[in-house]
Design a protein around this ligand. Structure first.
Ligand code: IPE
Ligand code: IPE
Ligand code: MG
Length: 617
């Protein structure tokens, strides 16, 4: 987000703030001069490289500012390594990779071997940040040095989501730790990501001239093709009507992305002030891009000093007022994750991924031919209550036993190389049960997350469900796991908790309506693909196999959008009685089904029988 104007900001806190600043300075450095110097270096780097961001960090509470400098200094150092003039792309990529590797080592050791990493690791340890959420973005920066091409805006935005959102998320976590939540409500996540894309697009427009000088034009083909000749003209340094129209339309698009009025609803006023100010600065920057005309190709446009002052001066007053309501000191540093006590580590060490534990009876996974392998298996884990009642036990014991079976599914899925597993753990209708049972189910889920039995497996974990009703700390625990595991590539495990298919579709419709209102979507062009992009997990593939245990033959509001063409599979036994062999059996049954998706039955070549398992199921 190197988009905002060069700042004249200085730290000008009045008397009551001075006490916090002294306290912040003392505790953040721990009286360690080299650490103090490391933070000072980050402050300077942020200020020199990214004055707009520096001005925004100054709107954070004093206790958080050093962390803000450390994060943005790190982002800038990586950008610089990736952009270094005169170095070959391979060499630049190797430098980014080496820096990232060194950071992983430093995170594990709990200290840093260069000033920026030192400050960043210290920040993570003090504030309980999980830096592993940044590794995917760093890998993206490494790959970017070879040049990026985007087919359309969706691809362009996916690039922002991977490369920029994780950095901004870290700032969100900082605010959360400081007791001043900046994270958007779950149903506003789309707006938040649009906002960040808008900031990135503003950045791209601002740097258009310097990027073109390096042969880069970071706009998607979809936009370039809409203005024939514009790309050629820009690359030749010609400010033609087509080039001006392309830039004008892109500037308008960035404006709609950064204007997300509901984004800050429910946030702490200090956090909301920060985001609102960022939006105003971005708009001023876009005005400067508009006003630049042909000169955009020769120099970097900036809003006037007066325009910046009009935005920043009142923002500083609001920040002082807002943060005076929530004083916060810098916490003392903690030990790195490997030594930390407690259920969830403050900083994930560079986890070594392990294979799943073997089946207790020694069962080996079957070999499944690729064309018989479902991509996505979804399971209605039913029958816990009856299982317990049949044994004279309380229903909560059934749910406890059910959690063992759920882990078995994850192990079994990894062993056969399944890519997506979605488990239905609690429906929007399950609130009709008595409070004791609901509490037992939700506490069980929380216990499982804390126990971390799948923590070191190659599993990307996430939650799907209705925002707002689950206990906040459970939602946060899921969010934490999601961040920690987002770069994993093995199995994607989606746990549906307070999930309802109709609710999901309704929320997608609301998101679509908001997008149409904001001008991002043309109602007449809405098709299934556009609709699906507004689902809470747009990347979730269609369900190939939907399995329900417990003998009922219904889907109970589970994944209606994604499972329209799923093969249905019902088994009579209750959920706690299944283990991974039952999953393999279900997949084998899927391999025998003939899927037609509405096409006519083919006449010839019945499929070969499935490959025999390497050991009996
Ligand atoms: C499924 O088991 C788990 C949840 C719905 C949370 P049930 O609790 O529905 O078990 P039965 O169907 O009553 O046996
Ligand atoms: C479906 O099971 C929901 C889950 C397994 C989480 P239910 O037991 O709630 O479904 P119905 O009530 O039998 O349809
Ligand atoms: Mg049931």
């Amino acid at each position: 987000m190197r988009t905002t104007p060069r700042s004249t900001t200085q730290d000008t806190e009045a008397a009551p703030r001075a006490r916090w600043r002294r306290l912040a300075a003392r505790s953040r450095s721990g009286e360690d001069p080299s650490l103090r110097a490391a933070y000072r270096a980050c402050r300077l780097t942020t200020r020199q490289h990214d004055p707009g961001m520096y001005a925004l960090v100054q709107l954070m509470p004093p206790a958080l500012r050093p962390a803000g400098w450390a994060l943005w200094a790190a982002a800038n150092v990586l950008d610089d390594l990736a952009d270094q003039d005169g170095a070959e792309p391979a060499e630049r990529a190797a430098r980014v990779e080496a820096w990232t590797k060194a950071l992983r080592r430093d995170v594990a050791a709990g200290s840093g071997s260069d000033p920026v990493r030192r400050a960043l690791v210290d920040t993570a340890l003090r504030w309980g940040l999980d830096l592993s959420g940044l590794y995917g973005a760093m890998a993206g920066t490494r790959d970017d040095v070879r040049g990026r091409r985007f087919a359309d805006w969706a691809e362009w935005r996916a690039w922002c989501d991977e490369g920029v959102v994780p950095w901004v998320d870290q700032v969100g976590h900082l605010f959360e730790r400081a007791g001043a939540p900046m994270a958007p409500r779950f149903d506003r996540r789309g707006d938040y990501e649009h906002f960040i894309s808008g900031a990135q697009l503003t950045d791209t427009l601002t740097d258009l001239g310097s990027d073109l000088a390096q042969g880069l034009l970071l706009l998607p083909r979809e936009a370039l093709d809409a203005w024939p000749g514009a790309e050629d003209d820009l690359r030749r340094g010609r400010w033609s009507p087509a080039a001006a129209a392309l830039v004008g339309a892109t500037t308008d698009l960035a404006r709609t992305w950064v204007a997300r009025p509901g984004l800050t609803r429910g946030m702490h006023p200090g956090a909301a002030n920060l985001l609102d100010t960022a939006a105003r600065l971005l708009r001023a920057q876009l005005d400067a891009v508009d006003a630049a005309g042909a000169s955009l190709l020769d120099r970097t446009p900036r809003p006037s000093l007066a325009a910046r002052a009009r935005i920043l001066a009142p923002a500083r007053v609001r920040a002082r007022l807002a943060w005076s309501l929530t004083p916060r000191a810098v916490p003392a540093p903690r030990r790195p994750a490997a030594d930390a006590s407690g259920p969830r580590p403050a900083v994930a060490a560079d986890t070594v991924l392990r294979p799943p534990p073997p089946h207790s009876g020694g069962a080996r996974p079957p070999r499944i031919a690729a064309d018989r392998m479902p991509r996505h298996v979804a399971i209605v884990m039913d029958g816990n209550g009856r299982w317990a009642q049949q044994r004279g036990l309380p229903r909560s014991e059934g749910h406890r036993a059910g959690s063992v079976a759920a882990h078995e599914m994850v192990y079994g899925a990894l062993e056969i190389g399944l890519r997506h597993l979605t488990l239905y753990a609690f429906s929007t209708e399950n609130w009709k049960r008595d409070t004791g049972e609901i509490t037992a189910i939700l506490e069980g889920v929380r216990r499982d997350l804390d126990a971390g039995r799948i923590r070191d497996l190659d599993v990307r974990q996430r939650w799907s469900g209705r925002p707002g009703r689950l206990p906040e700390e459970l939602v946060q625990a899921f969010a934490h796991e999601e961040r920690r595991t987002r770069a994993r590539t093995g199995l994607t495990l989606t746990v549906c908790l307070d999930y309802g298919g109709r609710d999901e579709i309704t929320r997608a419709a609301a998101a679509l309506a908001r997008a149409a209102q904001a001008g991002d979507v043309v109602p007449d062009l809405v098709d299934e693909e556009v609709f699906a992009r507004h689902l809470p997990h747009p990347d979730m593939p269609d369900v190939d196999l939907l399995w329900r245990t417990g003998g009922e033959q219904r889907t109970s509001n589970f994944l209606p959008w994604q499972a329209t063409y799923a093969e249905l599979y019902f088994t009579p036994g209750p959920w706690p009685d299944v283990d991974r062999r039952d999953l393999w059996q279900a997949v084998a049954e899927y391999g025998r089904r003939r899927r037609r998706h509405g096409a006519a039955v083919p006449l010839a070549s019945p499929r070969k029988p499935p490959t025999a398992p390497s050991a009996p199921l």
